[in-house]
Design a protein around this ligand. Sequence first.
Ligand SMILES: [Ca+2]
Length: 198
Amino acid sequence: MKKVIRNVICGVALLAGSSIYAQSATDRVVDDFEKPGIWSWWKSPAYTVEQVESALKVSITKAGDRTVDNGYNTFGRDHAADPLDFTKLNVVKVKYKLDGAEGTTLRLDLKDIDDNVTNANSIVKKIAPSKDWQEVYFVFTADKFKQSWPTAGNVDPEEIKEFLFFVNAGNYAKPFTGTLLIDELVLTTADKIPADKK
Ligand SMILES: [Ca+2]
C-alpha cells in the first residue's frame, strides 16, 4: 500500500515537472519519417537516401575521399518554404544508428535564405556504430553563424533554409563507407541535452 501511494505521489511530481518543462520553448520536429515522402532531402555522389521503416536511410560510399567532391560531399534537407528561426530553438538533435566497420564524424552546417553557410566554425561530432538508437546534438550558439567560404560573411540565424550534413568531411586518408539511419531530426534547446551528450 505504501508503495502505491509513493508511486502516485511520484506521478504527480512528474506531471508537475513536465508542465513546467513545457513552458520553455517547445521542441520542433523537422522530420520523423513517420509519413511517406522524403522529397525535401537531397543526395550527392557519396550518398543515396531512401525512406525505410520510419527512418531515413543514408547509404554512404567513400565519403571524405578526395575524388568525391574534394572530400566535402553532403546530403541534406531543404526547408526553404518555411525558413527556421534558430534564435528560439538553436540545438539540432539527430537520432541515428550507424552501421559501419568503425565510427566516423557527422558535421552539420546551416544555410540561410541568402545562401550563406555556417562553415567558419563548423560543428563536427563523432558518431559510432551501434545496434541501438543514439542521439547527437549540434548546438548553434551565436558564434557559429559565420561563413568563411567562399567569402567571409554572416549567416542569418532567423532565416535558415537548409541543413547540410557531411559524413567524414575532408578525411582524405580514410574514406568512410557504411549506412546511417536517421530516425528523427528535431530542433530543441540546450537545457534539454542529457548530461552525457553535451
Ligand atoms: Ca522515425
